[in-house]
Design a protein. Sequence first.
Length: 381
Amino acid sequence: MRSTFARLALALWALLMLSASVVWLVLQTDIDSEAGVLFASVCAVVVGAVLTVKVPSNAVGPLSLIAGSAWVLYSFGRAYAVVAIGSSNGLPLGYLLGWLGAWTGALFLIGVASLILCFPTGKPVGWWRLVGLGPVIGAVSTVIGAFLLWGLPLEVLAYEEAVSQTRWYPLIDAGFVIGFVSVIPATLSVLARYRRASSVERQQIKWLLAATSALAIAYMVAAMSDDSNGAIWWVVSMAVAAIPIAILFAVLRYRLYEIDRILSRTVSYVIVLGVLTGVYLIGLSVLSSLFSESSLSVAASTLAAAALFTPVRRRVQAGVERRFNRSRYDAEQVMDGFSGSLRQGLDPSTLVEGWVGVVSETMQPSSVSVWVRNDFGTLGG
């Protein structure tokens, strides 16, 4: 029950962040490079929500979720506060969102650096743990500054130029700077992890290494260039977006965290929902033309969709399993065939040979040995 509630809460939060991003885009009259960072943030939120459900003990999921959510709140909060100030009656949660929009952007950079540092195990490798002190100090400074900003007028919090002149904003600014600087050593830690990793882990890490390298180079170029050069910051924002996309690719392509199971289930239920929705709408349209009573058409269409749920789900699930989890599907097919052969007889030698064949085909071990009790005679394979 708790797991189901957590999944529902994370799904609703991801949907809320996506909705806030869309509203922010609608409120903007001039789209700049911040839109690219917002796209990266939404990607990070979705990836973080999925990984938090699948591997809650691993820090990668929560860090991705926090980093993405921080920038969405940063962008949306400021835009919402400006609208709230211009509204005659104000808007609900106007002050809270304005306050969040004044400082959460620093947590985005801190979260990105921490995410890079901890991928994929959830912990920094070796002495690179010392690099993690930087994001921790930045987070503490940001949170302290955020509490000290509470109580300032909304007219100050809503505008970056105004809030940056306040007494306590340097604590927030320190979080931005520390997060910005921490990206470089975090990228180097990925390179060190790659050199020490096994062949499978290298396949999982190499895409993140490419994305973080591009981000580090873009960061350095942007830091040395004129702040008004929007093209460079667009490149930086796209490099940031590449990080959650690289993590998603590692998860799906190289079976990181064994998440293909939850992916196949998600795809299955989306397809089933689409098919049943189509059946319901088509049935409702046809029956409405045949019967004048609308309630009868609705009831009949609903019953038809409900009756088709189980058979459609089974067929769709089987098809998706063959596509997304082929090795597991093949193993199940082999086991089903072996179980059927057992019903035809239990000859000891045939049983041993069949069992060795099943284990060899599904598990692919380097060697197999079988010992049977003396009731059947001692057999080995």
